[in-house]
Design a protein around this ligand. Structure first.
Ligand code: G6Q
Length: 559
């Protein structure tokens, strides 16, 4: 029987107010006002050791945060704030499975998914690790069988194509990992992802497939998400044009926490891989939701991915704040968001395989911390989660970097770059890395008037007046750089876990429950009301814009 911790709300609300009314918070505001004109270029000139002092190395990963608008004092104040927020205690609660997702009364234990077999993590007096390992064991058997050809389709042919049908957390994680780890993918198995309810995605995917050799994974924690169920129904309809009902068992598997709904959909629970309510959708790639990745890269490599994340968990739970990568990432973000009021944060992977990582971190961060009330419903009167955006490096230099260099906004950036490529093409990797490093340098140092004047020495005087301001770069744009030795299952696991913990730490500082997502529910409710109106079967009162759009659809749509 689950023991629910009922917090004393008066106490906890006051506790949060204590954080943003604390001397630590006020000191950070004062410090920001006092140092906001400080230029990072000068900080580097004053301290040749800045890189070694402001970077952290773990095996396979270097995190350089020296190009930030911070001094030792700034960091000291930020660490004080973390203390005031009770971060150490919250980290313990996360690790120990307390029900920190208070609005849903759930523990948050994605870290337990990557614990080694034999470890222990107690939830309501029960060790969850054996159950996790049990499902992993079944996934290992299943993924090996598909990969070695012993699991065949209904005509005895091996599986050549896997289609993951899921959305949000049941799509983005495995999609991003499968792309990033493309060099580890089996050439004999193509992995496809269908998430959108827009029929073109499933139609275009199915168009190139053979039912005899295709395996569908219906991935849905709730097994109640209309987009996924519609796509799964479309896939089943397509499949049954070529095969009999009995063949479904060899071609449809489910990943879900909802066995009854899986059964009702017509998938044998024998072919279902479960997970638990203490795994949030956007934190679920480490669970059975990672099945497409397991099939693609093999179970041993997937274990490496889990081991990388676990290595980062150990670092997070044990390193002092001053050497703790996620804690530093988070506090720097708080510094810019809350105290500088920077509204966005850009993620730039200089690795083609990681090009979808910004989208993954966008969901992770914005769905977790895009909140205006605190954990206990209290109104927050400061800025919280930033808008996360980004694109793969180099390409984005030729697109939006103009604004980063010479626009009016402060945009903290993360640069992510592997030191070694899986695809050596002449010297191209060095060109990629040079571009990445150059951008961080240019954003930090800028270009001064005397430097521009030197460049314009042959230009006529009246032209100089026009050109000089346009060729100036103010610099002082902060960035972190993650240098991975190579993108491997292990380093990718480390990187993704680091972002998860960053988001958690920021949630703690801002007093947010980072693990619910009420904001996405409302649109779903309204969509289900509007749907019958688009067939003329109902009519609800709306604003005149929404009613006008519905009328326009009815006038112009032809079934
Ligand atoms: C993630 C969100 C959300 C969720 C999708 C899919 O944290 O809760 O993105 O993953 O809505 O939900 P199901 O897995 O239940 O279909």
């Amino acid at each position: 029987m689950a023991v629910r911790h009922v917090p004393d709300l008066r106490f906890v609300v006051n506790r949060q107010q204590e954080i943003n009314a604390s001397p630590a918070w006020a000191r950070l505001h004062q410090h920001q006002r006092a140092t906001r004109h400080m230029h990072m270029k000068e900080l580097f000139e004053q301290d040749p050791e800045r890189f070694s002092r402001f970077s952290v190395r773990l095996e396979g990963l270097l995190f350089d945060y020296s190009k930030n608008r911070v001094t030792d004092r700034t960091l000291e104040l930020l660490f004080d704030l973390a203390e005031v927020a009770g971060l150490k205690d919250w980290m313990r609660k996360l690790r120990d499975g307390e029900r920190i997702n208070v609005s849903e009364g759930r523990a948050v234990l994605h870290t337990a998914l990557r614990l080694p077999a034999g470890a222990s993590c107690m939830l309501d007096k029960e060790n969850v690790v054996p159950a996790v390992q049990n499902v992993l064991g079944r996934l290992e058997t299943f993924s090996n069988a598909v990969r070695d050809g012993s699991w065949t389709g209904f005509t005895g042919k091996r599986i050549t194509d896997v289609v993951n049908l899921g959305i949000g957390g049941s799509d983005l994680g495995p999609l991003v990992v499968a792309e990033a780890l493309a060099p580890y993918m089996s050439p004999d198995l193509r992995i496809h992802f269908v998430s959108n309810v827009d029929g073109q995605q499933i139609a275009r995917t199915l168009a190139g497939l053979n039912a005899e050799t295709t395996l569908f994974i219906v991935a849905s924690k709730s097994f109640a998400t209309p987009e996924t169920l519609l796509n799964a129904t479309a896939a089943r309809r397509w499949f049954l044009q070529f095969a009999a009902e009995e063949a479904i068992a060899r071609h449809f598997v489910a990943v879900s926490t909802n066995e009854a709904a899986v059964r009702e959909f017509g998938i044998d629970p024998e072919n279902m891989f479960g997970f638990w309510d203490w795994v949030g959708g956007r934190y679920s790639v480490w669970s059975a939701i990672g099945l497409p990745v397991m099939l693609g890269i093999g179970f041993t490599a997937f274990r490496e991915f889990l081991a990388g994340a676990h290595q980062l968990d150990e670092h997070f739970f044990s390193a002092p704040f001053e050497r703790n990568i996620p804690v530093i990432m988070a506090l720097l973000g708080v510094w810019y968001n809350t105290f500088y009021r920077a509204h966005t944060h850009a993620i730039m992977p200089y690795d083609h395989g990681l090009r979808r990582l910004p989208a993954y971190i966008q969901q992770l961060d914005m769905e977790s911390n895009g909140k205006r009330v605190g954990r206990y419903g209290e109104r927050l009167d400061f800025d919280t989660g930033p808008v996360i955006w980004g694109e793969e490096g180099v390409n984005s230099q030729h697109a939006f970097f103009q604004l980063l260099h010479q626009g009016t906004r402060l945009v903290p950036c993360d640069f992510i770059v592997p030191m070694n490529s899986h695809y050596p093409v002449a010297d191209q990797h060095k060109v990629l890395v040079a571009n990445c490093f150059a951008q961080t340098e240019a954003l930090m140092r800028g270009k001064t008037e005397s430097e521009v004047l030197r460049e314009l020495k042959d230009v006529a005087g009246d032209r100089i007046d026009v050109l000089l301001p346009q060729k100036l770069f103010p610099g002082n744009q902060p960035s972190n750089t993650f240098a991975l030795d190579r993108v491997t299952p292990r380093t990718l696991g480390m990187l993704m876990a680091a972002y998860e913990h960053k988001v958690f730490v920021q949630g703690v500082i801002w007093g947010i429950n980072s693990f619910d997502q009420w904001g996405v529910e409302y649109g779903k409710q309204l969509a289900s009301q509007i749907l019958p109106e688009l067939s003329g079967e109902a009519s609800h009162a709306h604003d005149c814009s929404t009613s006008g759009l519905i009328r326009h659809f009815l006038e112009t749509h032809h079934d």
